[in-house]
Design a protein. Structure first.
Length: 694
């Protein structure tokens, strides 16, 4: 807690907490050189009651009423803003491996709490892996020396703290010499820490439900993290920031908030905090940055998606199309026509996209298209807790919707999560029709029979109608990335990695992110994109230089945080692609990256972008219109249709077709620092107040 006093108050500070004198816990932090600011006092306040707490500040030279601040203290186990705890929830502390090979203790309560443990590791000279410290009283003779970005040369010894926060397992890591350094405090941080903080996130999503997680998504003691630690960066992470443990980015954001707070209480305020991640870790970085402005001062991502919902919704469209093809004679569409309808580069990429709808399907062992694997569970989940239509209809449902039911809300009849998927008015294959790739008869048959899904992902004849309230909350809570929250005011560096031919990590996802930022902020000038193979260290160097420049600058009069980020971007940090020659030498080509399948630029010739099923149906590249506004059918838009064709078209779309030039139904901006309970501030929705029959 910090207290900023008026300049004229120089002595006599008096602080009470819930009526008890707490003055002695505060110390002078700094004296401002400003005209009006006086001393600033800081304290790590302990012994707060769970619930409401009242601070009262007064002074001898105070010429006004006492300063009063009410603070609500929430349990370390949460929740604060993520809504009711997910149930069931499997604890895994007793299998979580610590650096010395031991494990955390078994959970002490139903919230998976376990005692905190601190261990030390060191990097031997010439080695690539850390070893446990045999003792903390002396540095091993074979310990390497590392030089930080601050120019300090110290033994390469890392303090690793492991404990539980928000029902997840967290770790804080930082250079610290226990043989001579004092125990860290926020007022005396580890001397080798460069005052920069790095958040790590894991990957994946399927199986990410109803468990604490027995591993981190990224081992903070391996790979490039060794380099970062040696440079003096501190690292913090949590098992709930690994989507394969918990595919719920809002919960990850709350966990990051609590984790960063705990780090600051132990080590002090960092100069800046950055986040990085690959795949699921990339979208976790994006969503947290957008939903919770201020937690991150920049993000570095690769192999990215906008969010897990975008993967699921694109997969549902592709799955409907694949299921439609499966009902037809093999000669009804040529392979080229089928690919054109899908939007993807080829059949393999198309089917891979279709199979990603498995994360929306709670029915295990469903017989479907090749490679389809619904209801993926981690082995720790007891069979008795799992949903089954016949034997356990009230069991835990393994879908991206049910994992985030606090945002989407529950169906009052079934208790299942409401779904935002909507394909009413979507003209599947529209681009192929307009290009003459398919006939009007094929187009009409496809749209007559495409159908939709029910809440159990069963195919049904009717189109899917997304729940309007769930759609609105998906935007408000950032379940679908908006780009208009905190993401618009920090450096966003996309370091590439694509697989348009093989599937999953498609290029269009990267351009969807850029387009979302641009639509919400007027442009995407705070977003830099490199295409091609990941250039990890080069990207890191450019990215962190940009962040440091931004954090080291001051806002000019009438300048926004966003304009500051754009103004301070170094001139040599620009869009481009890395082209690899036969000798595997990568050359950087500097040019603005654009979404195109044509050879209209050097980078697009090397890395042409394919699209996706709803884009091939006339949708925008940002893929963020969850439910379209409808417009009446205009016969002039279908010059090749006969009167009979037009009558058939009107029967297929009685309410009209999608007008993708307009925002989506209930499309709104993200609510920064939204709450889904119990915190009343910025409360969007509290599921506890909405009863269900389940």
């Amino acid at each position: 807690m910090q207290i900023q006093l008026p300049k004229y108050v120089t002595s006599g500070l008096h602080v009470t907490l819930n009526g008890r004198d707490a003055t002695a816990t505060f110390r002078t932090d700094r004296v401002s050189s400003g005209i009006t600011d006086g001393p600033r006092w800081s304290s790590v306040v302990t012994n707060l009651a769970v619930g409401k707490n009242v601070f009262r500040v007064s002074g001898k030279e105070w010429n006004k009423a006492d300063g009063v601040l009410e603070v609500t203290n929430y349990p370390l186990t949460g929740p604060i803003i993520s809504g009711p705890h997910q149930t069931p929830f499997v604890c895994q502390t007793d299998t979580f491996k610590l650096p010395d090979g031991s494990t955390l203790d078994p959970a002490t309560d139903a919230n998976c709490s376990a005692p905190t443990k601190v261990q030390y590791v060191y990097l031997p000279k010439g080695a690539k892996d850390f070893k446990p410290m045999p003792a903390t009283t002396a540095i091993p003779a074979d310990a390497a020396i590392t030089t930080t970005t601050s120019g300090k040369s110290v033994p390469f010894v890392v303090r690793v703290e492991t404990g539980t926060i928000n029902r997840g397992i967290y770790q804080n890591l930082v250079l610290h010499d226990p043989s001579k350094d004092a125990a860290p405090t926020p007022f005396a941080p580890p001397p080798a820490w460069n005052r920069r903080l790095l958040a790590l996130h894991g990957v994946g999503c399927p199986s990410g439900w109803y468990r604490q997680g027995g591993v981190m998504g990224v081992n903070p003691l391996t790979g490039a993290n060794i380099t970062r630690l040696g440079e003096g960066y501190a690292i913090f992470t949590n098992t709930l920031n690994h989507p394969t443990n918990s595919c719920n980015a809002f919960l990850a954001g709350e966990t990051t908030m609590m984790g960063k707070e705990h780090f600051i209480e132990e080590f002090g305020v960092p100069d800046f905090t950055v986040s990085m991640g690959t795949s699921g870790g990339a979208y976790t970085s994006l969503q947290i940055a957008d939903e919770f402005p201020g937690l991150f001062d920049g993000i570095l991502i690769n192999a990215t998606f906008p969010d897990a919902l975008s993967i699921a919704l694109a997969g549902m469209d592709a799955h409907l199309l694949a299921s439609y093809f499966a009902t037809l004679d093999a000669n009804s569409f040529t392979p080229a026509q089928a690919i054109a309808l899908s939007g993807y580069q080829g059949m393999k990429a198309f089917l891979d996209a279709a199979n990603q709808s498995q994360r929306t399907d709670p029915i295990a062992n469903r017989q479907d298209i090749e490679g389809y694997k619904p209801a993926v569970w981690n082995e720790v989940m007891p069979a008795a807790l799992k949903y089954d239509v016949g034997t356990n209809p009230r069991g835990a449902r393994p879908t991206v919707f049910d994992a985030s039911i606090n945002i989407y809300g529950a169906d009052p009849k079934t208790g299942f999560a409401l779904r935002p998927f909507d394909n009413v008015g979507v003209q599947y294959g529209l681009a192929a029709l307009e290009a003459g790739t398919i006939t009007p008869a094929q187009f009409l048959d496809l749209n007559e029979r495409i159908g939709g899904f029910d809440q159990n992902a069963n195919p049904v004849a009717a189109r899917s109608v997304g729940d309007a309230s769930a759609i609105k909350r998906a935007y408000q809570g950032g379940a679908t990335l908006g780009g208009g929250g905190g993401l618009g005011s920090i450096p966003v560096f996309d370091d590439g990695a694509y697989n348009d031919a093989g599937g999953y990590h498609y290029q269009w996802y990267h351009f969807a992110i850029r387009e979302r930022i641009a639509k919400q902020n007027g442009n995407a000038d705070n977003h830099v994109m490199w295409r091609g193979p990941v250039q990890a260290e080069a990207a890191w160097a450019a990215f962190v230089t940009w962040v440091a420049a931004t954090k080291g600058a001051r806002l000019s009069i009438n300048e926004t945080d966003r304009s500051l980020v754009i103004r301070t971007k170094p001139a040599d940090i620009v869009d481009g692609c890395w082209i690899v020659d036969e000798a595997k030498h990568a050359t950087f080509v500097a040019e603005r990256q654009t979404f195109s399948s044509k050879s209209d630029s050097t980078c697009n010739k090397t890395y042409p972008s394919s699209a996706f099923t709803r884009y091939a149906a006339g949708g925008p590249v940002d893929a963020n219109v969850l439910k379209c506004q409808l417009t009446p059918i205009d016969p002039k838009s279908y010059p090749s249709f006969t009167p009979a064709d037009l009558r058939r078209l009107n029967a297929i779309f009685p309410g009209g077709t999608c007008d993708f030039s307009k925002p989506g139904v209930n499309q709104t901006r993200v609510v920064p620092w939204a709450s889904f309970g119990p915190a009343p501030e910025n409360l969007v929705f509290d599921r506890r107040l909405h009863k269900t029959s389940n």
